[in-house]
Design a protein around this ligand. Structure first.
Ligand code: CDP
Length: 233
């Protein structure tokens, strides 16, 4: 029996040796800091696969991450990291929290993209952090913040290059990083739970905003499956 190292809202972390862990994707879907939660049958498998495909694309483009391989249908084998409880968001098009927080209108284009940091803390509703907060809270040094910012922007470029030829537009996404030795490595997942992807032209939503807006679970699943199919084609 392997030891359960942790459990989040959508994943289990299981011991797999000294330097490796398994990430098992659950069928849960949540929104609003976990206040809204449902079971979406098959979502774990779709998100494990989506993450595996996207981490592989990053790897092909020379971006390192914790990803090693897909272990089974809903599980990834990854390098063990000391995760930093910070959500790094990259935005290409304005939507979501930024249009509520700042005098920015839905749909405004950010060129260059905007990078934001949030404390991963549902109780505090993931507050926005600047580099001074990150340093003061001992989350990241100024050098690490700059490194993560640069990595996040490179990830954005690669993902956009993957999506654009497929007729998809990357509005924004969230990534998380962790420590291994002295370097910071991309961890966590890359799925529609944490990125906004729209069909170019029609603006059709393929991501978790469908769930946030109260669409049926069936529609959410259809969108997630369609995205994975387009990605894999
Ligand atoms: O999702 P919400 O409008 O609350 O927040 P946001 O800051 O506009 O989210 C920006 C991007 O980060 C979106 O793609 C979200 O799906 C993602 N995100 C996430 O994965 N986890 C969070 N706790 C917050 C945002």
């Amino acid at each position: 029996m392997s030891a359960l190292l942790g459990e989040g809202k959508t994943k289990l972390v299981i011991e797999a040796g000294e330097e490796r862990v398994l990430l098992r994707f659950k069928d849960t879907i949540t929104a609003g800091d976990g206040v809204k939660m449902d079971i979406l049958r098959g979502k774990g498998e779709v998100n494990a696969r989506t993450s595996a495909v996207l981490f592989s694309k990053l790897m092909e483009a020379g971006i390192r991450s914790h990803y090693i391989s897909q272990y089974d249908e809903r599980t990834l084998l990854v390098r063990k990291l000391q995760m930093i409880p910070v959500e790094v968001v990259v935005r290409n098009v304005a939507t979501g929290s930024i249009v509520k927080r700042l005098p920015i209108k839905e749909g405004e284009i950010f060129d260059p993209p905007i990078v934001e940091f949030f404390l991963k803390d549902d109780r505090l509703h993931d507050p926005l952090l600047n580099a001074d907060h990150l340093r003061y809270l001992k989350l990241m040094s100024p050098e690490e913040t700059e490194d993560v910012r640069r990595q996040a922007l490179t990830i954005n470029k690669v993902l956009k290059n993957v999506f654009e030829p497929k007729g998809l537009r990357l509005y924004d996404f969230k990534v998380e990083f962790g420590r291994t030795g002295s370097s910071l490595l991309l961890g966590d997942e890359l799925t529609l739970d944490g990125m906004r992807v729209r069909v170019n032209g029609t603006g059709e939503v393929l991501d978790k905003d469908l769930y946030r807006r109260g669409e049926t679970l069936e529609r959410v699943m259809e969108a997630y499956l369609r995205f994975l199919k387009v990605l894999s084609s």
